[in-house]
Design a protein around this ligand. Structure first.
Ligand code: NAD
Ligand code: MG
Length: 405
């Protein structure tokens, strides 16, 4: 049904029910892009709940603009601020991590999982269990506990739809064909700001330099991950779970133009590529309307203007984070969980100026070795196991960082 006051449908268009959407991480980079898609597609969506970490003001503005029913701030100290900012609006207000989970569980057709890091695990899991279709941007969930999330989605009978541009491109290129018809899945990487830097120069790279991504504007953590190429490692692990692809079918190519996002090579020799200008609104819009498709305004790809596209193999010597992530995938679910946890701590330490750029990968590798030596870590069987192992990984990483400083 189209809501009262909505524009009449153009002739020939089919009337579709309004979709109820919840945005976890509404104030971030993905959250902002999702809001822009929702604003453009007036009448297609109704916003159920919006959540954020600590920016109560921005969250209140979003809640009012979207007419959300509930706004939740994860930091309990911001409750008063959010409550007064939404006074008289009729929008319900809550605070604290448990309230974020409750927001995720409210009846919704689609939940956009756009919280950064392991903090997104419990709410995203709750959304799946509650039976929502999850548009997943938070790659750390699948890296930390991919098997748990995929099993929960299968049990709930809901799809996990990939927002990450590479996976969204692969999802579209696959077109529902089974994995035994697939020879290879290729994820592209821009190569980040240090693609051509020698290691000696990278060792001295500053946070400001690492935060200058050549093609994408994103949150700080993923931007640093793109500079180390850890992001591509996380994405290979994400692809393994999302598509049920064995590690040997997954490949990475550096493609500095960020125009071809993902490719699928089939067993008959054909190859399908997912291409677009780098704009996260497109994969988000695809997930929000799926399985339907809707138009989206925006910049279009002009291949003649581009002239040429280039591809090269990643340099695992200069970018050890990718090598470490691929080794973690081979080692198993415990190792990818610890990889993600340690990486979050190491990136935080780098952004705070406490460790050098090349130390990010070193700290992650040492944390995985330390956790393996200290205990006999198992692949998490539940989301609680995953959160507990993640906590251990964080502690070990923090200790290692403190010890070297
Ligand atoms: P961001 O830092 O811009 O936003 C993160 C969001 O999470 C914010 O709304 C913040 O308030 C919320 N948040 C942070 N910590 C929280 C906590 N402890 N509890 C509750 N909420 C918390 O990050 P982003 O760039 O939007 O990325 C979000 C996720 O999507 C990441 O996992 C990232 O890897 C993934 N992703 C992002 C992009 C992109 O273009 N930005 C592309 C692909 C995948
Ligand atoms: Mg990506």
């Amino acid at each position: 049904m189209v809501s009262a006051g909505a524009k009449p449908l153009p002739s020939g268009a089919t009337e579709v029910a309004q979709r109820r959407v919840t945005l976890l991480g509404a104030t971030g980079s993905i959250g902002t892009s999702a809001l822009s898609v929702i604003a453009e597609r007036q009448g297609e969506f109704a916003v159920e709940a919006v959540t954020a970490h600590a920016n109560a003001d921005k969250l209140a503005t979003i809640a009012r603009a979207t007419g959300a029913r509930l706004a939740v701030v994860a930091d309990p100290d911001r409750y008063g601020e959010l409550k007064s900012a939404l006074a008289g609006s009729g929008i319900a207000v809550a605070a604290g991590p448990a309230a974020v989970i409750e927001a995720a569980e409210r009846p919704a057709d689609t939940v956009v999982a756009a919280i950064v890091g392991a903090a997104g695990m419990a709410p995203t899991y709750a959304a799946i269990r509650a039976g929502a279709q999850v548009a997943i941007a938070n790659k750390e969930c699948l890296v930390s506990a991919g098997a748990v999330f995929m099993r929960a989605a299968a049990e709930a009978g809901v799809p996990i739809l990939p927002v990450d541009s590479e996976h969204n491109a692969v999802f579209q290129a696959l077109g529902g064909r089974p994995m035994d018809e697939v020879e290879r899945i290729i994820l592209t990487a821009s190569g980040g700001p240090f693609r051509e830097w020698p290691s000696e120069r990278m060792a001295k790279a500053t946070a400001a330099e690492a935060l200058k991504h050549p093609n994408w504007s994103m949150g700080p953590k993923i931007t640093v991950d793109s500079a180390t190429l850890m992001n591509k490692g996380l994405e290979v692990i994400e692809a393994h779970h999302l598509f049920g692809a064995p590690p040997q079918k997954l490949e990475v190519l550096v493609h500095p133009q960020s125009v071809v996002h993902g490719l699928v090579a089939f067993t008959d020799g054909a190859m399908m590529a997912g291409m677009s200008v780098p704009d996260m609104r497109m994969p988000i819009a695809h997930c929000l309307s799926w399985p339907q498709a809707s138009a989206l305004a925006g910049r279009r790809l002009d291949l003649a203007e581009l002239g040429s596209l280039t591809f090269e193999r990643p340099d695992l010597e200069r970018f050890p984070a990718l090598r470490i992530a691929l080794a973690a995938l081979d080692a198993g679910g415990w190792a990818t969980n610890v990889l993600s946890a340690a990486n979050e701590i190491a990136v935080e330490a780098f952004l705070a100026g406490r460790i050098g750029f090349l130390e990010i990968a070193r700290m992650v590798e040492q944390t995985i070795e330390r956790v393996a030596a200290d205990s006999a870590p198992q692949t998490p069987a539940t989301v609680d196991d995953a959160i507990a192992l993640d906590r251990e990984g964080r502690l070990r990483a923090a200790e290692l960082i403190a010890a070297r400083a």
